[in-house]
Design a protein around this ligand. Structure first.
Ligand code: ADP
Length: 622
């Protein structure tokens, strides 16, 4: 739908009912304002001027008869109770009217607050949901801090600069309409003059707002970059300190901060220019009306002085409301810059799409097949016609020089990316035709960067399979060689590991990631340099345990390893170089027949003896 991504369609329209009720309350409040504005002068005049003053309203209809009713009541009361008592009643009525005016206005606000907060919560939630489903390729081109800024600062801006303004404008528009109606009642010719002047003011001020939206978007982009830089610098604080390069970070930060300063100064100057501009234009308008009104009173005698005073009071009341409407428009425009940044996320291509009639798949009985798979991240092909079988229960290793495309192959299995051509098949079914959550449930990935959350060790492992029992968690930890170090921590499995697991060593973090993958008991285990931070002995122990468990449970293991000792006893080793398969076979076969593989082994002092658990360990501990 054309308006699907419009702010009003998505976030305001669903609340039309409550908003209309809100408008009703505003109407009531505006009505009381109106009564107070046009009734005070004639009533007091009546009270003090021995009842000779006439109605300021020269028009007809409801307003006049309403006012006449009030005047009659004052006259009757003066006759019956005397002036003092009547004054007392008038003042009481005034207080009551003010109370009702403000009560209605507050009730409007009171009811609008939850609506407004719901809108913002929905906005934030939509963004976070989108973050969770956007493909990894989206994140490759985005800065983390900038995305954080979009979901925190920009949603806040939408709240204060757009939703708040909508609420404000509702009040002002209603009041404005009532006051204009009152002006018509008092004097139609004068009001026509006012109506000619007002659009002129509007045209003069609107040109300011034209560039505001664009500038505000730029401003928000700068805030996003600042936020990214702060995140990046804080995450890399150790590296920055160790290389004595904090000056570099400071320079980059200062440059962005200075550009923010310049831009924000320009934007705010423009925003605030609307106030004095309006004031000057407003005063000019009043002056012009004074001259015209004076002419009606003096030359034409078509307007009484009291009516003109009431007219001016009403018009002066109306000017701030028109000013507010214009200011709200300005602020709304600058809020739109933030909305545009949010929209960029909400509209971002999901790329990895699930078919409408996607098939269910809950197990793998034969294995995974890569059939003529080609892939590219940009222009240069990353994978060229890859054909691989990963049979159920087998351990397949991918080796080769870095940048060859091994991780890319791993990432295609949980469908983080789609091949440009060719297919990835689970038991002969193209995974592009299956449900994405089913496909992801079938594998567990441990990558080089260990991602842990600020929670207990236990919960971090449990994340792999929230249904797992405590025994299963401990068993997975044992298999990942983590049990002992976990017991040595202050609270064992309940120890909190700090932000991103900063309280743990690199090797410990990796062990926990492996335990998390193991507890999932997925049919496919994907290890992408998963043991790189471990010493060779621990690596061998873990890989052996994983392989044994895999054989027993019929799990397929795909491992990318730089250290060949950990994969030498794989069922099949596939050598990848520059996106192509340049060799495949067992360790011994490749050692004898594949130059690249032999060279890699020799660089790591690995010989071609058949892989047995014993010599595997011996090699590993060399
Ligand atoms: P390996 O795991 O063998 O080291 P990768 O699969 O990580 O190789 O990378 C293969 C090629 O793809 C490399 O040239 C790398 O620069 C490029 N590459 C990897 N990830 C991305 C990405 N997200 N965006 C663009 N290019 C990428």
């Amino acid at each position: 739908m054309l308006f699907k991504h419009s702010f009003f369609y998505r976030y305001v329209a669903p609340y039309t009912g409550p908003l209309l009720f809100n408008v009703l309350l505003r109407v009531l409040s505006a009505l009381f304002t109106l009564v107070l504005t046009i009734a005070i002068a004639p009533l007091l005049a009546l009270l003090f001027d021995t009842g000779q003053a006439e109605s300021a309203i020269t028009g007809g209809g409801l307003a006049q008869s309403g006012l006449e009713l009030l005047e009659n009541w004052v006259q009757l009361s003066v006759a019956a109770n005397g002036k003092y008592e009547t004054l007392f009643y008038v003042v009481l009525a005034l207080i009551l009217a003010y109370f009702l005016k403000n009560f209605c206005a507050y009730m409007g606000l009171y009811l609008f607050i939850p609506i407004r907060n719901k809108m913002v919560a929905k906005l934030r939630s939509d963004m976070f949901h989108k973050f969770m489903i956007l493909p990894l390729s989206f994140y490759a081109n985005q800065q983390k801090g900038d995305l954080i800024s979009r979901i925190s600062n920009n949603t806040q801006d939408v709240d204060t600069q757009m939703l708040n303004q909508i609420q404000q404008v509702m009040v002002d528009v209603v009041t404005f309409i009532f006051l204009i109606a009152a002006l018509f009642f008092i004097s139609t010719p004068l009001t026509i003059c006012v109506l000619i002047l007002l659009p002129l003011i509007g045209i003069l001020t609107s040109f300011i707002s034209r560039t505001l939206k664009r500038k505000s978007k730029k401003l928000q982009d700068t805030i996003g970059r600042i936020s990214s830089q702060v995140t990046e610098s804080l995450e890399g604080i150790k590296t920055l300190r160790s290389y004595n390069t904090t000056a570099y970070a400071l320079r980059k930060f200062d440059a962005e901060n200075a550009s923010f300063f310049k831009l924000n100064t320009r934007v705010l100057r423009r925003v605030y220019s609307s106030h004095p501009l309006n004031e000057v234009l407003g005063t000019t308008a009043v002056a012009i009306i004074l001259v015209i009104g004076g002419h009606f009173i003096i030359s034409e005698q078509s307007l009484r002085p009291e009516a003109f005073i009431t007219y001016l009071v009403t018009m002066i009341q109306m000017l701030p409301t028109s000013k507010n409407i214009i200011t709200a428009y300005f602020t709304y425009q600058s809020g739109k810059g933030s909305w545009m940044r949010i929209k960029e996320v909400l509209k971002a291509d999901e790329v990895i799409l699930e078919k409408k009639d996607a098939e269910e798949i809950h197990s793998i009985s034969r294995g995974i097949t890569f059939k003529d798979v080609c892939f590219t991240y940009g222009k240069k092909p990353t994978l060229k016609n890859i054909n691989i079988e990963f049979p159920k229960g087998k351990f397949i290793a991918l080796v080769g020089p870095s940048g060859g495309g091994k991780s890319t192959i791993i990432n295609l299995i949980p469908r983080f990316f789609d091949p440009v051509s060719g297919q990835v098949l689970f038991d002969g079914k193209n995974i592009a035709d299956c449900r994405i959550d089913n496909i992801r449930a079938l594998s567990s990935l441990v990558s080089q960067d260990t991602i842990l959350f600020n929670d207990s060790i236990y919960n971090n492992i449990l994340l792999g399979n929230p249904q797992a029992s405590r025994e299963e968690v401990i068993q997975a930890a044992k298999m990942a060689d983590a049990h002992e170090f976990i017991l040595a921590t202050p609270n064992g499995y309940d120890t909190l590991i700090g932000d991103s697991g900063t309280k743990l060593s690199g090797g410990q973090r990796q062990r926990l990631s492996i335990a998390r993958a193991l507890v999932k008991k997925a049919p496919v285990l994907l290890f992408d340099e998963a043991t790189s931070a471990l010493d060779t002995e621990a690596e061998s122990r873990i890989m052996q345990a994983v392989q044994q468990a895999g054989k027993k449970n019929g799990q397929t293991i795909v491992s990318v390893a730089h250290r060949l000792s950990s994969i030498r006893h794989a069922d099949e080793i596939i050598v990848i170089e520059e996106g192509e398969i340049v060799g495949r076979g067992t360790h011994e076969e490749l050692y004898d027949n594949n130059n690249l593989y032999r060279k890699l082994c020799q660089m790591q002092n690995l010989d071609n003896r058949p892989a047995t658990p014993n010599n595997h360990l011996q090699n590993a501990t060399r």
